[in-house]
Design a protein around this ligand. Structure first.
Ligand SMILES: Cc1ncc(COP(=O)(O)O)c(CNc2cc3ccccc3n(O)c2=O)c1O
Length: 428
């Protein structure tokens, strides 16, 4: 892979911060090292002497006086070393990335911790996008990604999806404006980046089938595309074994996989991790060096103590429990949809994630219906136009989340929606 083709001028201009490099040297140096180098504050002045977190089995994660000092201090930009190593081991065990066999400059698998996968996504777009670029994306897609990429002045090229995710034929159709060999022409405006949510898609709940993943990867090889695999719902796949990730088939070093602890451990801790080719991950780390410096050390330490206690098997058992919880909630949502919305809406049963994508029959644009009339009936959904790459485009869809509402609340909420839809039918 020629990574220089993908990095924009801002990213190419990024160089290592000497102060941050020193942090890594200082913190990995021998205890006999005397450092008069860094402007780190003196931890004796921190007003915290220890901290504990209690788990459901009443066991505790404890930060004693030594650990709390480290947890409250600056730490390396890629993430605290023991967490980075643990996560690298997890990725190797789950995905066996072919990129582990590559040389560093050829795209060897690397990883860094980020403040939620949202930070990784926004920094990645700010690294890859030059104004005027064409970016291929699922249509519809996650609004947080749209918020990150729209201000960068690129053209978002919508690729049609269905309940099985991005449609390879639609992708080929969008790319048919170019020839594969145009990727060799620096003057060409051929797309270089493909963004997709492979599991439990937001907002559609769609999960890419295996054959589509393989076909999309081959298209990416043919057109020399970087694949941004936004995968916060990977562990919320309701069927097992989990479908193979793009990372697991990445023989070229063209996949960046965005993972998150938000949906499986805590959204407020704000811990994600991006896995991908070293030349690209290194540039994200340089961006972190120049912006947040690093994800909260305290949060990373608490997370690491948990993962170390559980081990990979314990972590995966926890994820399966969480997945089973959402599968049961999905079942309740589908049962209520069958009960109240038959003949009024259409949907597909999601096999992952936390969202149901409802097409409201006879409604051209759900925005006004939801923001005004649904609120009167005290039920809230997200109107479909919030997820469209084409701002202002009317949508007959709404996104319903089954993550927080109880089964009773879901049933009452869909009953209220049904009442509203019947009223609309009578008045139209
Ligand atoms: C596909 C995809 N990629 C990345 C992210 C970001 O995850 P994180 O930064 O690792 O926590 C998300 C999070 N999605 C949402 C977040 C959210 C937060 C407050 C309130 C509502 C929210 N709704 O509705 C969401 O869908 C996502 O769905």
């Amino acid at each position: 892979m020629n990574y220089a083709r993908f990095l924009n001028a801002v990213s190419k201009a990024r160089v290592a911060s000497p102060i941050r490099e020193l942090t890594a040297i200082q913190q990995q140096g021998p205890p006999t090292l005397i450092s008069l180098a860094s402007g780190m504050p003196n931890t004796d002045m921190f007003p915290f002497t220890q901290a504990s977190v209690t788990l459901p089995d009443d066991s505790q994660l404890h930060l004693d006086q030594k650990l709390i000092k480290r947890a409250l201090q600056y730490s390396p930009s890629p993430g605290i070393p023991e967490l980075v190593q643990w996560l690298k081991g997890l990725q190797v065990q789950l995905h066996s990335p072919p990129t582990c066999q590559l040389a560093p400059e050829q795209g060897q698998m690397d990883l860094c911790v980020t403040t939620g996968s949202q930070e990784a996504l926004s920094k990645t777009f700010e690294m890859l996008v030059t104004p005027g670029d064409n970016i291929l994306m699922d249509q519809p897609t996650y609004p947080g990604t749209l918020a990150a990429v729209r201000p960068l002045g690129c053209n978002l090229l919508p690729v049609e999806t269905d309940q099985l995710g991005m449609k390879p034929g639609a992708l080929r159709g969008v790319l048919s404006r170019w020839k594969p060999e145009d990727c060799k022409n620096p003057q060409s405006d051929i797309p270089k980046v493909l963004y997709t949510i492979p599991n439990g898609g937001n907002p559609t709940g769609a999960t890419l089938s295996l054959d589509r993943r393989q076909e999309i990867y081959e298209i990416a090889r043919n057109y020399d595309l970087m694949i941004l695999e936004d995968d916060p719902y990977y562990f919320l796949q309701f069927t097992r074994p989990h479908l193979p990730s793009f990372l697991s088939m990445d023989v070229d070093g063209r996949v960046l996989k965005f993972d998150s602890f938000s949906k499986i451990l805590s959204s407020g801790m704000r811990v994600g991790y991006v896995t991908g080719p070293k030349p690209v991950v290194s540039k994200i780390i340089l961006h972190i060096q120049a912006s947040t410096l690093h994800t909260s050390t305290l949060t990373q330490m608490i997370l690491y103590l948990l993962l170390e206690k559980w081990g990979v098997d314990g972590f995966l058992e926890h994820c399966d429990r969480v997945s089973d919880f959402y599968k049961e909630r999905r079942d309740h949502m589908i049962k209520s949809a069958d009960r109240w919305l038959t003949g009024l809406a259409e949907w597909h049963c999601p096999s992952a994630g936390m969202f149901l994508w409802l097409r409201l029959l006879g409604i051209q644009n759900t925005h006004k219906l939801i923001m005004e009339k649904a609120m009167e009936r005290e039920v809230l959904f997200v109107p479909g136009n919030a997820f469209s790459l084409t701002p202002g485009e009317p949508s007959p869809y709404v996104r319903a989340a089954f993550s927080q509402a109880t089964p009773e609340q879901m049933d009452k909420g869909l009953e209220r929606l049904a009442g509203l839809l019947r009223e609309e039918r009578q008045t139209s």
